[in-house]
Design a protein around this ligand. Sequence first.
Ligand SMILES: [Zn+2]
Length: 340
Amino acid sequence: MRAVVMHAPGDVRVEEVEPPTIVEPTDAIIRVTATCICGSDLWPYRGLERLRRPMRMGHEYVGIVEELGAEVRDLRVGDLVVGSFVASDNTCEICRAGFQSRCAHQVMMGSIGTQSDRARIPLADGTLVKVPGDPTPEQLRSLLAASDVLGTGWFAAVAAQAGPGRTVAVVGDGAVGLLAILAAERLGAERIIAMSRHPDRQALARRFGATDIVEERGDEGVARIRELTGGYGAHSTVEAVGTQESMLQAIGATRPGGHVGFVGVSHGVELDGHDLFFATVSLLGGPAPVRRFLPELIDLIMTDRIDPGVVFDLALPIEQAAEGYRAMDERRATKVLLTL
Ligand SMILES: [Zn+2]
């Protein structure tokens, strides 16, 4: 079968590999019907994350169940399923508290690779959620977004306590930041300030519910958010980048007593304890427990109440994965869908 393999920074190839087989009795094998390239795939692509050996890529997926291990109870061959980028049992204490991305038995799907014709899904009963009905192409695209970027943006908005009467600031205009805007709007936020300087992403931010756009960054960006909020800062801030600048911008943009949801994978972020102490904000972040939100998100998508799939602005056959990586690296595309 075909699979995307990264050999070195900037070197992505599509290769023939052995198809997966059932390893544990709790596994499922799915035929991947749609997958995509993640912003986090760009960290190794840009040489900012070390690559020890050629690495299979991908952790987002929608697929059809083809084979089930002997202990899988809740799924049937032929089911259309969505799962998150972390396989989880959904039964341990961490999962039951809603933090499936840190399940006591977690398996990172990135270590398996889903940019391929087939994928092994560990802990299938806990990980996979069956999609009811027969999705349209637009719904399928949105279901793929639910697998990571929508679920991550949703968690960020929930962690930031976006809701009625609240002003939400969103740092980062990639797919996750944009979908955090959609989430904040669905959660009833009164005002949503998107921080972006790209006209096409500003347009999408507004479509998802942003009421204000701030183009300034760093201290200037923080000053602008304060100016827009009567000097107070936002109640809720989403951080969806993962750099020192974006994290300081997010904390700085938040009013005392406010909440920051940070979901950009942290690279080189160092916080000064004294500044953090006096910021007087709540911080909650990490790998998003997408599995917590999947049933609700699938329902919103299959009833056409949200259309997060519009973040995919480029679709390519998997053979052209290298061009997909280039397009995202050069910011010619926000999010690339790979068809199989
Ligand atoms: Zn668990």
